[in-house]
Design a protein around this ligand. Structure first.
Ligand SMILES: [Zn+2]
Length: 323
């Protein structure tokens, strides 16, 4: 992943969401799908409002989730979600070792990173890194549908499937197949053998697509101030890629010259954490400031939950007569 200032300008002034997500009717539900409309700010909600719901975070590489949405994953899990993490590639090209060494170090760091954010379990699909536009998306989709149904996934957080500026095939392939599978997972006639095995259709209802490249759209800003320490620690775990050990490296480089930076402290762990805090969070700090928050992450959010009565139900209620 190449990091840049990715958020650009805010799209509109924010409406506030927090302390209950209840919405009134289908019109509001439509607004919440938000191809149109204003940016909604999602703040911390007290208690465990998401208890009983399942979140699947899907990334291609070790450092995607930590950079783009670790604060939101931690926040949602802290608020009651059971969280699972899926990594779709094998990360063989990143890590400074041979391909085989990179596969192992990224896999181990991905598990540590998941633990920091509170994920219950980790799945790895191990498609070859940087080659995912060469795989069978049908096979990929069927694996994802199985996982959605098995885990009964309510909410997916992943790449924007149609986000422009994306140059990494692992990212856009993952995003597009994840989206297809969200819909197909709820269909009764796709993969009927699952039903024979007792695994029933289960449609994904909420989707958070993170902003992976400059200019990608967002309609929701999530306040991650309360989970920022978890985001920082998750970035520290990204040592094979993502620069999680840069603080310790810099501390060692300066020490050779007889110098030190006070923010880096007296040990490697402190150096890594404080380096991340100082140098990797600018975009999230700046976005937060636009909405009066300390730190924030942006998403294109889609909510397919039915809110209130349908047009048909409303019409029947108003017009039905006895035979
Ligand atoms: Zn990536």
């Amino acid at each position: 992943m190449e990091r840049k200032n990715i958020f650009g300008k805010a799209m509109a002034a924010g409406a506030l969401l927090g302390g209950g997500m209840g919405l009134g009717g289908p019109e509001e539900a439509l607004a919440n799908r938000a191809d149109v409309g204003e940016v909604v700010v999602e703040k911390d909600v007290p208690g465990k409002p998401h208890k009983g719901k399942v979140l699947l975070a899907i990334h291609a590489h070790l450092d995607d989730i930590p950079y783009y949405c670790a604060g939101t994953c931690a926040k949602l899990i802290n608020e009651g979600y059971t969280g699972y993490l899926l990594r779709t590639s094998n990360d063989e090209k990143c890590g400074g070792g041979t391909n085989a060494e990179n596969i192992l170090s990224n896999e181990q760091e991905n598990i540590k990173m998941a633990k920091v954010l509170g994920f219950t379990d980790v799945f790895d699909f191990y498609y070859r890194n940087h080659r995912m536009n060469n795989i069978s998306t049908q096979e990929f989709r069927s694996r994802l549908v199985f996982l959605y149904r098995l885990l009964k996934v309510d909410t997916v957080i992943t790449f924007n499937p149609w986000g422009h500026g994306e140059e990494n095939p692992d990212h856009w392939v993952t995003g597009r197949v994840a989206e297809e599978a969200c819909w197909m997972s709820g269909m009764g006639n796709d993969y009927p053998e699952h039903m024979e095995a007792g695994i029933k259709p289960y449609g994904v209802k909420e989707r958070y697509y993170f902003v992976g490249r400059p200019g990608q759209p967002y309609n929701r800003v999530v306040d991650i101030s309360s989970s920022i320490e978890q985001k920082i620690q998750s970035l520290v775990e990204c040592k094979s890629q993502g620069g999680g050990n840069r603080g310790a490296e810099l501390r060692a480089e300066l020490a050779k010259k007889g110098k030190r930076l006070p923010i880096l402290g007296n040990d490697d762990e402190t150096a890594n954490r404080e380096y991340v805090r100082q140098f990797y969070l600018d975009e999230y700090r700046e976005l937060g400031q636009q909405y009066g928050l300390e730190y924030a992450e942006p998403f294109y959010y889609i909510d397919l939950r039915r809110q209130g009565k349908s047009r048909e139900e409303k019409y029947i209620e108003k017009n039905v007569v006895n035979l």
